[in-house]
Write a protein that binds this ligand. Structure first.
Ligand code: MV4
Length: 510
């Protein structure tokens, strides 16, 4: 195993990797920008190297400086986390050429999956089902009209260089096609510097189900089962779970084998994910492969018992995967809520400020993968995801109940967060039935935000908790005793009239 590893990332994922390293006896090197001088990942690592100003383009995206930092500190391997440089073929190559181990797939596998049209061709050639459509970019509007007619409307225009939803346009009728093609081209050119666009039939009301794979350098490629990621807004996932209510053991086997086939075709090694659309009739279609560790990897870890980050390190060091495919099946249910500094009641507007108070939920089956602490400054330089709250339960209902409890126990003061939004989703009857698809949140958002499900009590309990903690501290500081007369969560739990609650709330505020 490596003696020292550099983490080319920040926030919760940097901490996640640092923890895995320390459990494995690997020393860690953090890199950080001037905005992250006080960040937890810098403190938790054994060493840290300043790589530039706050702007990502001048720090976390500076592959040259990161490789320099690895050489300087004698790190033998680099883990890229997700985002930033994690799927940059050139960086994977540069790391290897510097004699450093890349904790990720070969650069050629990143390249093979990087172009959506190339990935589609590879899939078709290997018997992996894709959505009906073209595998070549469209020459012009006339050709687009001809093939669209062949596949039938609605169709979806996609950027060949794309991924993650950029440069996509749904077209419902021929008359809208030419303009949509021009718009998709312009967006693709702006986002990827490549205006190649192709088309697929639009799969309506489908779920986003992805398969986690893990591959070693000795030819073993395993499926670790699916994650259901349909609860998303504007291509940002908000809640993920494993397994999926829509996946039977037979379908899991079939999708798993398909994902393994796609991975083998790309010469894949390390952890990766095949994204699929699963339609209402149970047909599935390969969309793309994410050639990195994903944000939502913990739900797979909780239901399989396999530590993905530790295995990423081991397979990168040449170890064999000791598992048999037949031994891997999901146990229980895991759900993840992304806690972001966004105000859901204000169109998910990013919120900035200082986290004045942070109280973490704990107890059975609760995992917190966070990147912030009390005192953290939340700015606009980086992604608004502060942390992930992940729970495990024996079944889906227990997992939802536990997630709701953990969310209510969570207190973040100082910035607006997505916490209350998540509580409301946990209370939503359609969500509780598992009756979700990729357009579900868009359709349901207003009714989720309008509902007030014992919401007042949630807030009173949270503020009471924070006050309690503050008073305990100051009481101890002043007289050595803890005077605690603030209402507890139980006494504030919706039993009084609403005016009583409001009064309590006001009292607590002042
Ligand atoms: C689709 C689709 C429906 N039909 N392709 C979105 C991002 C990229 N990975 C592909 N995406 C989609 N492709 C066809 N033919 C719907 C989506 C889609 C989506 C997919 C996964 C997760 C969330 C999504 C949200 C909107 C649209």
């Amino acid at each position: 195993m490596f003696k020292k590893l550099l983490i080319a990332n920040r926030g919760e994922i940097a901490l996640r990797v640092i923890r895995a390293c320390h459990e494995m006896g690997v020393r860690t090197v953090a890199v950080y920008s001037e905005a992250d001088v006080r960040a937890p990942h810098v403190r938790e690592a054994d060493e840290a190297v300043l790589i530039g100003p706050p702007l990502s383009s001048e720090s976390y995206l500076r592959g040259d400086r990161i490789i320099e930092a690895a050489k300087l500190t004698g790190a033998e391997a680099i883990h890229p986390g997700y985002g930033f440089l994690s799927e940059q073929e050139w960086f994977a190559r540069a790391v290897r050429e510097a004699g450093i181990v890349w904790i990720g797939p070969p650069a050629a596998a990143i390249a093979a999956m990087g172009s959506k049209t190339a990935a589609r061709k590879l899939a078709v050639a290997n018997g992996v089902p894709v959505v009906p459509g073209t595998t070549e970019p469209l020459a012009n509007a006339k050709e687009a009209e001809r093939v669209a007619k062949k596949f039938g409307y609605p169709i979806l225009l996609k950027a060949a260089a794309g991924g993650g939803g950029k440069g996509m346009r749904v077209v419902s009728a021929p008359k809208a096609l030419a303009a949509a093609l021009e718009a998709a081209r312009r967006e693709a050119k702006g986002a990827f510097g490549d205006d190649a666009v192709y088309l697929e039939k639009f799969v309506d009301r489908s779920r986003h189900v992805e398969i986690q794979i893990l591959a070693d350098t000795h030819g073993t490629v395993l499926s670790l089962g699916e994650r259901e990621c349909s609860v998303q807004r504007r291509h940002q996932k908000m809640i993920e779970e494993a397994p999926s209510v829509a996946v039977t053991p037979a379908l899991r086997k079939k999708m798993g084998e398909t994902a393994v086939r796609a991975a083998r075709a790309a010469g894949y090694v390390n952890a990766g994910t095949c994204e699929f659309l699963l339609d209402q009739s149970g047909e599935f279609y390969f969309l793309e492969m994410n050639t990195r560790l994903q944000v939502e990897h913990p739900v797979t870890e909780l239901v399989t018992g396999i530590d993905l980050v530790q295995w990423q390190l081991r397979v990168a060091a040449g170890e064999r995967l000791p598992f048999k495919q037949e031994e891997i099946s999901p146990r229980g249910w895991a759900i993840e809520c992304r806690i972001t500094s966004e105000d859901a009641s204000n169109n998910f507007l990013p919120s900035t400020g200082r986290i004045e108070h942070l109280h973490l939920p704990s107890g059975p089956g609760v995992r917190w993968d966070g990147g912030v602490e009390s005192g953290s400054e939340i700015g606009l330089y980086y992604d608004p995801m502060l942390a992930k709250l992940i729970v495990w339960g024996a079944d889906r209902e227990q997992a939802i109940t536990r997630m709701r409890r953990a969310l209510v126990d969570l207190i973040i003061q100082g910035v607006e967060t997505s916490r209350d939004f998540h509580v409301r989703v946990m209370d939503d009857e359609e969500f509780r039935r598992g009756d979700i698809d990729i357009q579900w949140l868009e359709r349901r958002l207003n009714s989720i935000l309008e509902r007030r499900p014992a919401e007042e009590s949630v807030r009173v309990a949270a503020i009471a908790g924070a006050m309690l903690a503050e008073r305990d501290r100051s009481a101890r500081a002043v007289s050595g005793t803890a005077a605690t007369t603030v209402p507890t969560a139980a006494s504030a739990d919706g039993t009084g009239d609403s005016w009583q609650q409001a009064a309590r709330l006001e009292g607590l505020r002042s």
